[in-house]
Design a protein around this ligand. Structure first.
Ligand SMILES: NC(=O)c1ccc[n+]([C@@H]2O[C@H](COP(=O)([O-])OP(=O)(O)OC[C@H]3O[C@@H](n4cnc5c(N)ncnc54)[C@H](OP(=O)(O)O)[C@@H]3O)[C@@H](O)[C@H]2O)c1
Length: 341
C-alpha cells in the first residue's frame, strides 16, 4: 500500500490584530495507521469559525489555545478511511475536531474528546452538517431556546443575521412565532434574510444608523437580542430593550481582532432600568442535548421551513485567506473550506 501524505496548516506565531500569512506554517507528513480503538479520517470539509481567532491567542478561555507549532484546530466532516474501533467502519461519514489537515488520525484516547460522531447524510448534506445541523445550528438553537427563552409575539433582534448562527436563530424564532429583525452588513444579505428566510426586517449596519433602524422596525421595543457582534451594535440595541428583555451573549466578532481592550457595553444601565438579563453561552455545554436539537432542525429542513446557506471555499491551502473573510464580512452564509470530494 502506498503511503498517503497529509498536508497540514499549523500555527506558527500568535497574531497581533488580523492574522497574516507569517502566523501560519504549511507542513506535510506521512499518514500513520490508527492504534487499537483509533480511527483515521480523511477530511472532506472544514468549518471556519470566528472562534478560531480566539484560539490563536494565548491565555485562558473556555478551551485551551492552540499551541505554537500545532496543527490549527478546526471542526470538520470527513470519511473514515481506516478504523480499529468497532463503532466506526471504513466509509462512514463523521464529524470530529479534525484540524486544518487532509487526514486526522484520532487515537483511541482522543476519540471522545475529538467529538467523533457519525452523521446521517439523509438528514442533511455534508455542508449542512457544518451549518444548521452542526455547531452553529446548535449554538443558535440552545442560545435562543435556553438562554433567550422565546415567547410567541415577542420581538427578537439578531446581529450577524446572514451568518451561520444568525440564519438559524432568525428562522427558528420565526417558526416559534416571534417578530424577527436582523442586522447585517450590506443590502444583499439584508434582502436575503427578509425575502428568502422570512425575517420581518433587516438593518444594514454598514449603510446607516442602527438606532434609527431599530426604532423603525421594533416599534414595540426588543424582547430578545441575540448578539453575535458586540461593540456599538450591542449598545444601540440595549437602548431599545423592553422590561425583562434577554440578551444572549453568543459572540463579539467586532472585537476579536482588537489590539486594544475589548469595548464593553456602555449602555448596561439599561439592564437595571428594564430588569433585563444578559447571559453568555457556550455551545459545548449542551452537547448531551444535540441529538434532540438536530432532530428538530432536520425536520424543519425537510419540510422547507428552514433554509441553510453555506459559502464554500476550495482547497486546504486557501485556509489563511479564507479565514479572513469572516472578519470583513465577505462570507455569505456559513463559511466552509472544502478539502476533498
Ligand atoms: N458562544 C458560542 O458557543 C458560539 C458558537 C459559535 C459561534 N459563536 C459566535 O457567533 C458569532 C457568529 O459566528 P458565525 O460562525 O455564525 O459567523 P458568521 O456570522 O457566519 O460570519 C461572521 C460574520 O460576522 C460579521 N462581522 C464581521 N465583523 C463585524 C463587525 N465588526 N461588526 C459587525 N459584524 C461583523 C460579518 O457579517 P456582516 O457582513 O453582516 O458584517 C461576517 O460575515 C461569532 O461572534 C462567533 O464567535 C459563538
Amino acid at each position: 500500500m502506498t503511503t498517503l501524505t497529509n498536508h497540514q496548516i499549523r500555527l506558527a506565531s500568535r497574531p497581533q490584530g488580523l492574522p497574516v500569512e507569517a502566523n501560519w506554517q504549511r507542513s506535510q507528513e506521512p499518514v500513520a495507521q490508527p492504534d487499537e480503538g483509533g480511527v483515521l479520517v480523511q477530511t472532506l470539509a472544514l468549518s471556519l469559525d470566528p472562534a478560531m481567532r480566539g484560539w490563536m491567542n494565548e491565555g485562558k478561555s473556555y478551551i485551551p489555545p492552540v499551541g505554537i507549532g500545532e496543527v490549527m484546530r478546526a471542526g470538520g466532516v470527513g470519511r473514515v478511511v481506516a478504523s480499529r474501533n468497532p463503532a466506526f467502519a471504513v466509509g462512514d461519514a463523521v464529524y470530529a475536531s479534525l484540524g486544518v489537515q487532509e487526514y486526522a488520525l484520532i487515537p483511541a484516547a482522543e476519540v471522545r474528546r475529538s467529538g467523533l460522531a457519525k452523521i446521517d447524510l439523509r438528514a442533511g448534506s455534508l455542508t449542512q452538517w457544518l451549518n444548521v445541523l452542526g455547531m452553529p445550528g446548535m449554538t443558535g438553537y440552545f442560545g435562543l431556546m435556553d438562554v433567550g427563552v422565546p415567547k410567541a409575539g415577542e420581538t427578537l433582534v439578531v446581529s450577524g443575521a446572514a451568518g451561520a448562527v444568525g440564519q438559524t436563530v432568525g428562522q427558528l424564532a420565526k417558526i416559534k412565532g416571534l417578530r424577527v429583525v436582523g442586522i447585517a452588513g450590506g443590502q444583499a444579505k439584508c434582502d436575503w434574510v427578509v425575502k428568502e428566510l422570512g425575517f420581518d426586517a433587516c438593518i444594514d449596519y454598514k449603510a446607516g444608523d442602527v438606532r434609527a433602524g431599530l426604532k423603525e422596525y421594533c416599534p414595540s421595543g426588543v424582547d430578545i437580542y441575540f448578539d453575535n457582534v458586540g461593540g456599538d451594535i450591542l449598545d444601540a440595541v440595549l437602548a431599545r430593550i423592553n422590561r425583562k428583555a434577554r440578551i444572549v451573549i453568543c459572540g463579539a466578532i467586532s472585537q476579536y481582532n482588537n489590539t486594544t481592550a475589548v469595548q464593553g457595553p456602555r449602555n448596561y444601565m439599561s439592564l437595571l432600568v428594564n430588569r433585563a438579563r444578559m447571559e453568555g453561552m457556550v455551545v459545548f455545554d449542551y452537547a448531551d442535548r444535540y441529538p434532540q436539537a438536530i432532530a428538530e432542525l432536520a425536520g424543519y429542513l425537510r419540510d422547507g421551513r428552514m433554509k441553510s446557506r453555506e459559502d464554500v471555499v476550495e482547497g486546504l491551502q486557501s485556509f489563511p485567506d479564507a479565514l479572513l473573510r469572516l472578519f470583513s464580512g465577505a462570507n455569505f452564509g456559513k463559511l466552509v473550506l472544502k478539502v476533498a470530494d
